[in-house]
Write a protein that binds this ligand. Structure first.
Ligand code: NOJ
Length: 964
């Protein structure tokens, strides 16, 4: 126990805290399973699994059917009513259904409940909560792509309706009325089936019938137990206890569920955040499978474990299914607690084929505690078609300020402004590049955000100015819990203006977090967001300047004394929506409010914010980066980072990273070194450590480690132009930054489960950082017959299959695939900002056909001027011995001015890897009307020949040609 956070009068709460803190500061044990629900302990999860089991039994009749006469078709919308039969007497409840066919080729199925929609229900416990099923998830998540198809057509038969849609009419949805189901087809073949197994379930509203136990008289017969409908176990319908607290559940049982089948698809990916392999596992037991479904319920999971379907800090209910040459996807737009069961079923098509030609179907079963059914269906056929379509809806990743994709130096905590300045000086002295130093919660005055501890941070501006001399930045943490302390202006205003989250009775909710007793800002409230924005103005958040950025942590929200370390589900948000309904979006709303606040801290000065978040949802990619939370300084956590980051990327959120070095514990020097080599390939690259760990700034590790780490950092800095170009691509079409094999080679089945190696953007760089203790080589999988070269010594690798790359501690296994042109900046500097005017190096990596292509994107890295054309986008091409640069940009209002400002930025070196032998005697190349020197290096053993053009005197922003 490090510090006392509670006033002496609050002993009871303190006890709760003591146990919470004991957990937080000890780092030996693994996750406390008893703090988090298993499926069996979550009423609706248990009920829906039981429902699925009952549905699997023969004789099962799915109780949902479309009332055919209710169905209307108009302008791409099929609307009607689903009737749910609720008892043997044939009584039904009405569920409005809409199937929307979008111009993008995506389709959307929503199912609501008429009675709740109309508010014709009674809430228990005098609750003032909203009666409808939550219908505002869309307003936080969807930013486009909802234009309805103008070309979709419908044809109706007695038992079904068929809609043909898609740009070329290549898609079809066959809606069967009874039982209700939808088959989605592409080019005539079924790709996705909804309710194929009849697991659709919408728990309709019903009043609680209080059972009066009849008094027993002597001689009475046993009263028979009341008859319960199949799959309906009333024991979990009402007030639900867990961990000593009770959820009052004023709306009773209200879960929704649906089975989604991917016929012929063996792999499914996505639904972050979980620590486990990219290709998701089966969840209903069996060898090597999980026993619980994958859970999505954003939570502060202390000491999370590996290879687990347990929930973590963020959730994106988006899944891709993949088979040879076909990818499809679904997005389950629901913000309540959600679980997903996955099972796979092998089907032998021809019993005589003995497994040859057999295929696997993946069955998924999604259930959420409340809200509507709202599912988007994407029919591909390629992985990038699916990510693009999903991004059209939820938005593409933010084009971040350029510094934020460089290296970040963080720990809990840098203890004073002098400490920060000292680290800054030492990094420079040791010539270790970094862009950002971070301040964790201890910088504040008594955990009151927007203040500085007057003893330890007396001169924040002096500190920020020193950083600015090297174009370096500071990130300070601001969490959503606001200290409940008299005289703290932020909390006083929050109370006075009613901007906090309320408890179930409608009074301000109080819970415990870092500051002790706290309240939580309710960022679902537009007025609260407006107020929050004001708190970040330079005039309000004193001691800050333009090089200060923000970190949002604990926004699941983490509440130390709350159920499952978060808020009670019956808490109330703006509009009296229950926390239960929107829990998974909570983190996004806080992150979004901070993003809005950082956009314009000073009137008229718009800058790209950088805000890191721990909790996230679909759409968070628009407002900043995420990291994988509190990992541990162990080899298995190092290994877990890549599948998690890659998975986040294919779920539309590529600006992701893990704490380099591991948060808990002290990494051995070789682990720390390997972690930096891996981190150099994280889109978000930050070293971070728990307050109880030893200091581990790279210059402290000692030789040879410091040198090796410095080289890894310099590699990241030298490749910054390539990383920034990859971020640009992600920001315009959603393509992941770390691309797994299945994404690059959708037809190569051997690569579908590979998740420990990846390509970086479109650069052709194929990396497999070492994540195993003591390993001095890795086996890398090559999926094609192209020529590959070692990044550092040009050693050649070719031939489809596995290849061994030697990887002693100082070496990162990194290959360049032939056929690419990689932009770099090779002059080591203190920060990326100082590299702005440095000349480029272009690495032309020749394919077997002696060709190569590449792209570069450049802008000021800070403002939104690129939206007005202030950027450079070029295509590089090498063909028939000629290297050329052509414009890919479109002209805008600010293009000319920007290009003019970049006049002095040239290319200082061109390296051609795999240079033809015929260049051996060549001394010069033609550059326009002039020439430049060529230096040829002959092949040596297995190392490819290469050539260097020095100072070709060409500009990065202009058209040019070099003839070899
Ligand atoms: C929890 C975060 O995950 C961690 O990174 C941070 O250092 C602590 N909170 C303290 O703010």
């Amino acid at each position: 126990m490090r510090r006392s956070l509670a006033p002496p009068s609050r002993w009871a709460s303190l006890l709760v805290l003591v146990s919470a803190f004991c957990c937080l500061f000890l780092s030996t044990a693994a996750v406390k399973h008893e703090n988090f629900k298993t499926c069996d302990q979550a009423g609706f999860c248990k009920r829906n699994r039981a429902y699925a089991d009952a549905a699997g039994v023969s004789g099962w009749e799915a109780p949902f059917r479309i009332a055919a006469e209710s169905l209307t078709w108009k302008d791409g919308l099929l609307q009607g009513t689903i009737l749910k039969t609720i008892n043997k007497n044939g009584e039904t409840v009405r569920l409005p259904v809409t199937i929307t066919f979008l111009q993008s080729g995506s389709a959307r199925v929503t199912i609501d409940e008429e009675r709740r929609q109309k508010g014709e229900i009674e809430l228990r416990h005098n609750s003032i909560a909203r009666k409808e099923r939550y219908n505002e998830a869309e307003s936080w998540t969807i930013v486009g792509g909802l234009d309805v198809s103008k070309t979709a057509t419908e044809s109706r038969e007695a038992t079904r309706s068929t809609v043909t849609y898609g740009s070329e009419g290549q898609f079809q949805a066959v809606i069967t009325f009874a039982p209700f189901s939808v088959d989605f087809k592409r080019d005539g073949a079924t790709q996705i089936k909804l309710n194929d197994r009849g697991l659709l379930n919408v728990e309709h509203w019903r009043p609680k019938i209080e059972k009066v136990e009849p008094e027993k008289k002597e001689g009475d017969e046993e009263t028979p137990a009341p008859e319960v409908e199949a799959g309906e176990d009333e024991s979990t319908w009402w007030d639900e206890p867990f961990g000593g607290q009770t959820d009052s559940k004023p709306k009773g049982p209200e879960s929704v569920s649906l089975d989604i089948t991917f016929p012929g698809y063996e792999h499914v990916y996505g639904i972050p955040e979980h620590a486990g392999p990219l290709s998701l596992k089966q969840t209903r037991g069996g060898d090597g499978n999980h026993n619980d479904p994958y859970r999505l319920y954003n939570a502060d999971v202390f000491e999370y474990i590996m290879d687990s379907p347990m929930t973590l800090y963020g959730s994106i209910p988006f899944m891709q299914a993949h088979k040879k040459d076909s990818t499809v996807g679904v997005f389950w737009l629901n913000a309540a607690e959600t679980w997903i069961d996955i099972t796979k079923q092998k089907e032998a098509h021809n019993p005589l084929s003995l497994g040859i030609g057999s295929k696997t179907d993946t069955h998924t079963h999604w259930f959420s505690e409340s809200g509507m059914i709202d599912v988007f269906v994407f029919l591909g056929p390629t992985p990038s078609d699916v990510t693009k379509a999903y991004g059209e809806l939820t938005g593409y990743t933010q084009l971040p300020p350029e510094f934020s994709i460089a290296y970040h130096q963080c720990r809990w905590n840098y203890n004073s402004d002098e400490d920060v300045k000292d680290v800054d000086r030492k990094m420079s002295k040791h010539q270790i590049p970094y862009d950002v130093i971070w301040l964790d919660i201890e910088y504040t005055d008594d955990k009151q955000y927007f203040t500085w501890d007057p003893l330890t941070f007396p001169d924040p501006i002096g500190m920020l100015k020193q950083l600015d001399e090297s174009d370096r930045k500071l990130v300070a943490i601001i969490d959503p819990h606001i200290k409940n302390k008299a005289g703290y202006p932020v909390v006083e205003e929050l109370k006075q203006k009613n901007f906090g989250v309320n408890n179930k009775d409608g009074n301000l909710y109080e819970g415990w977090c870092w500051p002790g007793s706290s309240h939580w800002i309710d960022c679902f409230n537009p007025a609260a967001i407006k107020w929050w924005i004001g708190l970040f103005k330079y005039s309000a958040f004193k001691g800050t300047m333009a090089n200060l950025f923000i970190w949002n942590d604990m926004n699941e929200p983490s509440v130390f004394n709350g159920p499952e370390t978060t808020m009670p589900k019956d808490n109330l948000h703006h509009g009296n929506w229950e926390h239960r309904d929107l829990h998974n979006i909570n983190g996004l709303t806080f992150h979004n409010a901070t993003y809005q606040a950082m956009l314009e801290r000073e009137k008229g000065v718009l800058r790209r914010p950088f805000v890191l978040t721990r909790s996230f949802y679909a759409g968070s990619q628009r407002v900043g980066a995420m990291w994988t939370g509190d990992n541990q300084a162990s080899w298995d956590h190092l290994a877990a980072g890549f599948p998690m980051i890659i998975n986040n990327g294919i779920a539309g959120y590529p600006f992701a990273g893990a704490d380099v070095g591991g948060f808990f514990g002290n990494p051995e020097k070789d682990l720390l070194t390997r972690w930096y080599q891996a981190g150099a390939f994280y889109p978000f690259f930050r070293g971070h450590a728990h307050i109880d760990t030893r200091r581990r700034e790279p210059y402290l590790v000692g030789d040879p480690y410091t040198g090796i780490i410095t080289r890894a950092l310099r590699l990241r800095y030298s490749l910054m132009p390539a990383w920034y170009t990859a971020f640009h691509e992600a920001s315009v079409n959603g393509t992941p930054i770390l691309r797994p094999h299945y994404f690059m080679y959708p037809g190569d089945e051997a690569g579908f489960a590979v998740d420990d190696q990846f390509f970086v953007g479109s650069t052709g760089l194929l990396a497999k950082p070492v994540v195993k203790e003591g390993a001095d080589s890795v086996v890398i999988y090559i999926a094609d017959e192209e020529q590959y070269y070692d990044y550092f010594d040009f050693k050649k690798y070719s031939g489809k299959g596995s290849q061994t790359i030697s990887a002693p501690l100082e070496k990162i296994p990194l290959l360049m695939q032939g056929g690419h042109i990689i932009p770099r900046k090779d002059r080591p500097r203190r920060s990326s900002g100082l590299m702005k005017w440095d000349p480029y190096t272009l690495v032309v990596v020749l394919s077997k056909e002696s060709t190569a292509q590449g792209e570069i994107y450049v802008d000021d890295g800070d403002s939104f001027d690129y939206e007005a054309g202030a950027y450079i986008k070029r295509a590089f091409d090498f063909k028939d011995g000629v290297l050329s640069s052509a414009n890919l940009g479109t002209k805008g209002k600010m293009t000319d001015k920007y290009i003019k400002s970049m006049k002095a930025v040239g290319v200082e070196r061109i390296i051609v890897v795999g240079a033809p032998k015929s260049w051996e005697t060549k001394k010069t190349v033609k550059v326009g009307k002039g020439e430049a020197q060529l230096e040829f290096h002959a092949e040596e053993g297995n190392k490819a020949a290469w050539a260097v053009v020095k100072n070709p005197a060409i500009n990065i922003a202009e058209d040019w040609k070099i003839e070899f």
